[in-house]
Design a protein around this ligand. Structure first.
Ligand SMILES: NC(=O)c1ccc[n+]([C@@H]2O[C@H](COP(=O)([O-])OP(=O)(O)OC[C@H]3O[C@@H](n4cnc5c(N)ncnc54)[C@H](OP(=O)(O)O)[C@@H]3O)[C@@H](O)[C@H]2O)c1
Length: 306
């Protein structure tokens, strides 16, 4: 039997994978699930031409999950992870993915909660857009030249809220008033790290300049404050916060950045923080591992915390 629409493969049926699967089904696309126990190579024999292969696993599982996918599927890849930057997919030999910068929250047992319109970019953005429309999620299809800044904007939001929440009581709206010094310090440090990651990953000085020029700090700060204002009751640190801190302290140290607030939080909340390699251990910016690659190199790293 032939379906009118090619199927969408969804890798990882957690919170986001499940709700987006529902969106594709409502939009009329069959969904083919890839679970941890699934053998993607075998599945690709019966699903050789999916419309999209959407990888909805967590940050630490991204590299191993993509590495298992057959090459025929890689050209159809879609990504949704927080903390995502282009170097992560380029390191995995993925050149032109569709990316959804998910600005809604989906927690177990709770409905979708929108913070800002979800931004989708890339060759299959319209298809992801159909699923979001079917779910009633506001969205914006963004041109490729806006993708980098949109990624960094979401990374800034998730990292500032999660890291601040390790130390500060309250909700997102409290950051702008009661916890302003912590908010300002973290915003500056996350922006410094994101900019360093983007430029160190670019090959050659022209590419570095062009990558850096795509990031406008004032616009990024404005988007952060707009997202907080749009959902001031948003919770701060979730279950992922300690692991986000660990990943990003590790990246900052490897890049040789001095980020005092990151370091203070690491001393307080990461018992093994002293064991992370220091800047001197990895002198070449081009060799800095991406966030997604870190778990391969630090096997002791935990799975996403619960
Ligand atoms: N949920 C949200 O509101 C939201 C919003 C924006 C962005 N995000 C981002 O979206 C990503 C997914 O978030 P989530 O909340 O959906 O996480 P989640 O509920 O933990 O779901 C991830 C799923 O991926 C599965 N998985 C891991 N490795 C796999 C593999 N190799 N093959 C197949 N399945 C695999 C996990 O299986 P196990 O259960 O066996 O571990 C789990 O079911 C994260 O990067 C998150 O930051 C989430």
């Amino acid at each position: 039997m032939n379906f009118p629409n090619a199927p969408v493969v969804v890798v990882g049926l957690g919170q986001l994978g499940s709700v987006l699967s529902e969106g594709f089904l409502r939009a009329g696309y069959p969904v083919v699930p890839v679970l941890r126990r699934t053998r993607p190579e075998a599945l690709s024999q019966i699903t050789p031409e999916p419309a999209l292969v959407l990888v909805t696993v967590g940050e630490d599982d991204l590299a191993p999950a993509v590495s298992r996918l057959p090459s025929a599927w890689r050209s159809k890849l879609g990504l949704v992870q927080n903390e995502l930057l282009p170097d992560q997919w380029l390191t995995l030999q993925v050149t032109d993915p569709t990316v959804a910068i998910v600005w809604f929250e989906k927690k177990a047992g709770r409905p979708i909660h929108d913070v800002l319109p979800t931004v989708v970019s890339g060759p299959r953005a319209d298809l992801v857009g159909e699923a979001l429309d079917a779910l009633g999620v506001p969205k914006r299809i963004a041109p490729e030249e806006e993708l980098l800044e949109e990624l960094v904007a979401k990374n800034l939001y998730i990292l500032v809220l999660n890291l601040a929440g390790l130390e500060a009581e309250g909700v997102a709206g409290d950051l702008l008033a009661a916890h302003r010094p912590l908010f300002d310090a973290l915003t500056g440090e996350v922006l410094e790290l994101q900019r360093a990651l983007v430029t160190s990953a670019a090959r050659g000085s022209a590419a570095r300049g062009s990558a850096a020029a795509q990031l406008d700090d004032d616009r990024l700060r404005a988007t952060l404050e707009r997202a907080i204002a749009s959902d001031p009751a948003h919770g701060l640190a979730g279950r992922s916060a300690p692991r986000r801190l660990e990943r990003n302290v590790d990246l900052a140290r490897r890049l040789g950045l001095t980020l005092p607030t990151f370091e203070r939080l690491a001393q307080r909340f990461l018992p093994s923080a002293g064991a992370v390699p220091t800047a001197g251990a990895v002198p070449t910016a081009g060799a800095v591992p991406t966030a997604g690659a870190v778990p391969f190199e630090t096997p002791a790293s935990p799975k996403r915390p619960t």
